[in-house]
Design a protein around this ligand. Sequence first.
Ligand code: 6LW
Length: 525
Amino acid sequence: MKRKITFMLLAFWVAALGWAQGYQNPVISGFHPDPSVCRVGNDYYLVNSSFEFFPGVPIYHSKDLVNWQQIGHCLTRPSQLSLEKIGPSGGIYAPTLRYHDGTFYMVTTNVTGRGNFLVHTKDPAGEWSEPVWINVPGIDPSLYFEDGKCYLTINPDNTIYLCEINPQTGEILAPRKAIWSGTGGRYPEGPHIYKKDGWYYLMISEGGTEYGHNVTIARSKNIYGPYEANPANPILTHINMNAQYNPIQGIGHADFVQAHDGSWWTVCLGFRPQSGLHHLLGRETFLAPVRWDKNAWPVINGDGTIQLEMDVPTLPLQSVAKADTITWFSKPQLGFEWNYLRNPALGNYQVLEGDSLLRLRATTFTLDDVDTLTFVGRRQEHISFVARTALSLHEAMAGDEAGVTIYRNNQAHYDFYLKQLAKNKQAIVLRYRMGKLTHIEREAELPKVVKTITLQVTGTNNDYQFACSLNNGEYQPIGRIDTRYLSTETNGGFTGTYIGLFAVAKEAQSKAYADFKYFVYKENK
Ligand code: 6LW
């Protein structure tokens, strides 16, 4: 009885003092790689890489590092982000977000464009500046501000370089200097510099962003080095026995932040294998606590591993509004979670809010093309989910199509759609694109009078299941396919799976368009 009273009293004080205990990882699920975080007072901001998707570099806000709400994107204009005909996993690589003297800076690399650049703003939820190009080779740029100077770290090859830049003009103010090559792991990358108690800490990732990924750190009393490696490296990894069966793998690409209560935390990327050793959601954003040991080295979550269920004290938790489970297309703009493939031809997308419709105009670019096809999608954020949409196809010619696609890239997508067969004849079609192979799993002509067709995709650990309902009737199963053929292990690349809506015309003179009445996405717990 005494123990129970003690526990209740402890629970009371924990709640009263605003402490909280525990959270779930990933803190931002689905394709959210290469996280970078910064703090302004009691507010936290985080960005992710976005590759060939537009707008680019999603930005999130939090009050507790656990609950994140997307507030926009850093790159919202073609003048900031040209993605014309960019192939899978081209475009925007790892970003870094920093705040200095009233201004937010986001620095990144358009690997298929002009290279490294930064944009800045006073309002992270608003418009960001035009690109300030930085004429330096390499990827994974990061910024560090001190004594009126701005330093850039970057990795052009297997070495981390440091140089001083003018963040307003991008000018290189002092020649770059090689400062560390890591501990011998391949692909030393993702550098960030922090200063604490007179030490400059240089944190990087090594081993590559797959199962060998790990985070290492070194320090120096001089920002230009020489840097001395932490004898306890790696400080974050799942390459060892203690994480052999961890459901999170490939953790790395970390960024530290000191919270407003003085505690230290790290965000990092990782992936969740499913269906054997395949992962489809892409690299997601995870959170872990950091403490500094008696030798002034950081220790992450005790032993350098992280879990899905984190049983650790947190900042006072403040929940945030999540993206709607049901999108009714009744607002003039689509939510931030909706992305295009490359720079969109915006004239092909129309939200008819009065009718709660999303109208997609078909073009002859198909899902197999690396071009400006009519596609708008949202990330698959859960291994188990259900997605539904109701649509109609209008003014279509034979061969025109519109529907839903589980999209990894132009050679890896599962498409479930309406196809126009002839003037008054349509079919429901299930098609698999896997590498060079295209397979029509099912093509079933629809009865004449179909006012509404609803397409449903159910995702599970091992498969996607496709079913459709005619005129709001019972769902008829159409087919299923393994998840593994859309995985990173099968297709390579750095992105994750999207659930997209699309429309394609067979001939250029087609005026076909598809009206989507709603879109449902929810986790299947
Ligand atoms: C990114 C590099 C990495 O630039 O993968 O996991 C690259 N880390 O640091 C693309 O995400």
